[in-house]
Design a protein around this ligand. Structure first.
Ligand code: PLP
Length: 238
């Protein structure tokens, strides 16, 4: 087995362990976060059975999609969205996790081709209230969700969050619990959300304990990221 195949096997085992330890009843989708990784690394993961991939940078993702056309991959866009990038995002992805304002959602809905299924959407929420981070605030997320639900070419699926990185397991759980509470609150208002996109390499066990249905894991699968390609960092920021 390759390193990537080994890592994937280990992560799958750890996900199963976390579900068992915390008596989790939800299924948990593993999204392999492949930003800054070459197409060959994604192909290795694909050959080891991984079919869901998350990408943060549009140009980089489109190039890899070209190289992996022969693979049946579900592509998730998880990076910051500039409004002038909504059209290609709406045409080339199955999911977008990083929607945090109505204008972006409207543009994605307008651009989603009629012959494709509605675009799956998660609203990104910012529960740690760090002004530097993207994400809608807990206060605005219900209104945002109710508005997005009206958009014809989107399917609102759930919430995504990237809490402040902390080492302590209980602190990690505390942060995820707030996202979960918001998720339950929206569902109490009839939103019928089924996706809680929380948990990364350093905190996925805590996320599963708090109800994660999708974890986004990069480093633990692919190893440390090589430096980001320069053209993307210049054009697309962060
Ligand atoms: C990079 C990234 C991840 C993966 O982070 P790791 O710590 O490498 O697992 C998950 N979610 C988002 C939004 C990211 O940008």
């Amino acid at each position: 087995m390759t390193d990537i195949a080994d890592n994937l096997a280990l992560i799958r085992q750890q996900l199963a362990q976390a579900r068992a330890s915390y008596l989790a009843t939800q299924t948990v989708t593993l999204c392999a976060v492949s930003k800054a990784q070459p197409a060959s690394a994604l192909r290795e993961a694909y050959q080891a059975g991984q079919t869901v991939f998350g990408e943060n940078y549009l140009q980089e993702a489109l190039a890899k999609q070209q190289q992996l056309q022969d693979c049946a991959i579900a592509w998730h866009f998880i990076g910051p969205i500039q409004s002038n990038k909504t059209q290609p995002i709406a045409c080339h992805f199955d999911w977008v996790h990083s929607v945090d304002r109505l204008k972006i959602a409207q543009r994605l809905s307008d651009a989603r081709p009629a012959d494709m299924a509605p675009l799956n959407i998660c609203l990104q929420v910012n529960i740690s209230q760090e002004s530097s981070k993207s994400g809608a605030s807990a206060q605005e997320v219900l209104d945002l969700a109710l508005n997005i639900r009206q958009l014809p070419r989107l399917h609102l699926r759930g919430l995504m969050a990237i809490p402040a990185p902390v080492e302590d397991f209980d602190q990690q759980r505390d942060q995820f619990r707030q996202v979960r509470a918001l998720f339950d609150h929206l569902n109490a208002h009839g939103l019928q959300l089924d996706t809680l996109s929380i948990g990364m390499s350093g905190d996925f066990a805590a996320a599963i304990a708090e109800g994660a249905t999708l974890v986004r894991i990069g480093t633990a699968i692919f190893g440390a990221r090589p430096r980001k390609p320069d053209n993307d960092s210049v054009k697309e920021g962060t």
